[in-house]
Design a protein around this ligand. Structure first.
Ligand code: ACO
Length: 319
């Protein structure tokens, strides 16, 4: 039986750091408000001209180095992003070109903050079916360009960055199980409604959200999907060595961990340093925990996310 396994991780953060104190000079906010409501202390901001594909390339190169996989061996590229370089072609195709390869399948995945879980699940399916052997799965986001920097209720929450994993066929299961869900009836709660028509942006080009609705929904579905995924794999929550949740807000993370009875010592958090990097947040956090040695062979890692749509999902990995 063919399984899929993550064999290398990588990440990239733009050089520019924007602290809460910097934001105090831009909008009517305080470091204390942002820290206490979200856990965020700073976030990275892409340079002018830096594109989602550039950040994806840097993260991908790290994942390739870590796995020993050469670009020419990749036969599937999936890029999870809500902030693509352009309307089309896909950021995945642009990344493929920057990697100096052609011929592999390449497409973008649009599931907002759940994009990486959706992309990982899709790559797992392709690999397990035998269709592709080696997949590059990337989350890359430049939310700084989707934000109204005069709106204190949203501009303090997000950051830019990219994370990547390389997956390949394996005799032993690496991805144990994945579950994806969506509820489109809630699509207005968190959205960027702008669209292009007649050469002009129509609608609001900035992200808007009903923060408290997102908060409550996130804790509910993240708890449910974690149970569904772990129990569906015949494991107990106590078997989980690391929880890597989407990094939107430390209070969402803490509330979910508490409901799951997972101590915070087993939760990887990067929201303080990165803010919410949407589809990039899980692969970024994963890469950091792999590189600092917290994640070890044979451990069980639960990845889970919720995002606009709403979309949500979880993936259970044996490392
Ligand atoms: N600085 C100071 N005050 C602020 C700020 C700010 N940056 N932003 C809002 N406020 C004010 C509001 O205007 C409001 O003032 P008022 O009472 O005078 O009207 C007050 O703070 C309270 O606002 P609330 O929205 O009730 O604050 P809350 O405690 O709910 O926290 C937050 C807001 C942090 C957005 C929270 O609802 C949240 O985290 N929601 C989850 C949303 C999220 O994480 N979204 C990310 C994308 S979705 C995803 O990735 C899953």
């Amino acid at each position: 039986m063919i399984h899929s396994k993550i064999i290398g991780t990588g990440s990239y953060l733009p050089k520019k750091i924007l602290t809460n104190h910097d934001l105090e000079l831009m909008v009517d906010t305080t470091d204390d408000w942002i820290r206490s409501r979200t856990g965020i202390v700073q976030r990275h901001i892409a340079a002018d001209g830096e594109m989602a594909s550039d950040m994806a390339l840097n993260a991908s190169r790290e994942a390739m180095d870590a796995s020993g996989i050469k670009a020419g061996e990749i036969d599937l590229i999936i890029v999870a992003t809500t902030t693509p370089d352009m309307i089309f072609p896909s950021t995945a195709c642009i990344l493929q070109n920057k990697l100096g390869i052609k011929g592999s399948a390449a497409f973008d995945m649009q599931a907002v903050c759940s994009g990486f879980i959706y992309a990982l699940t899709t790559a797992d399916m392709f690999i397990r079916s035998g269709k592709y052997r080696t997949a590059l799965v990337v989350g890359t986001e430049i939310y700084s360009r989707l934000l109204d920097w005069n709106d204190r209720s949203t501009c303090v929450l997000f950051g830019d960055g990219a994370g990547a994993v390389l997956m390949t066929q394996s005799n032993q299961p690496g991805i144990l199980s994945s579950h994806l869900r969506a509820d489109g009836s809630q699509h207005k709660v968190l959205s960027a409604t702008g669209s292009s028509c007649g050469g002009k942006v129509q609608g609001n080009p900035f992200l808007t959200m009903e923060g408290s609705v997102v908060f409550k929904f996130a804790v509910k579905v993240l708890t449910e999907i974690a149970h569904e995924t772990v129990i569906g794999s015949n494991l107990q929550m106590s078997d989980i060595d690391w929880l890597i949740p989407h990094q939107a807000n430390i209070r969402i993370i803490q509330s979910t961990a508490k409901k799951l009875d997972i101590p915070m010592e087993k939760v990887i958090t990067t929201v303080d340093k990165h803010g919410n990097t949407s589809a990039a947040s899980i692969p970024l956090a994963l890469d950091i925990a792999v590189r600092d040695g917290r994640i070890k062979q044979d451990q069980h890692i639960l990845l889970e996310s919720v995002g606009a749509g709403f979309t949500w999902g979880a993936t259970l990995v044996r490392w």
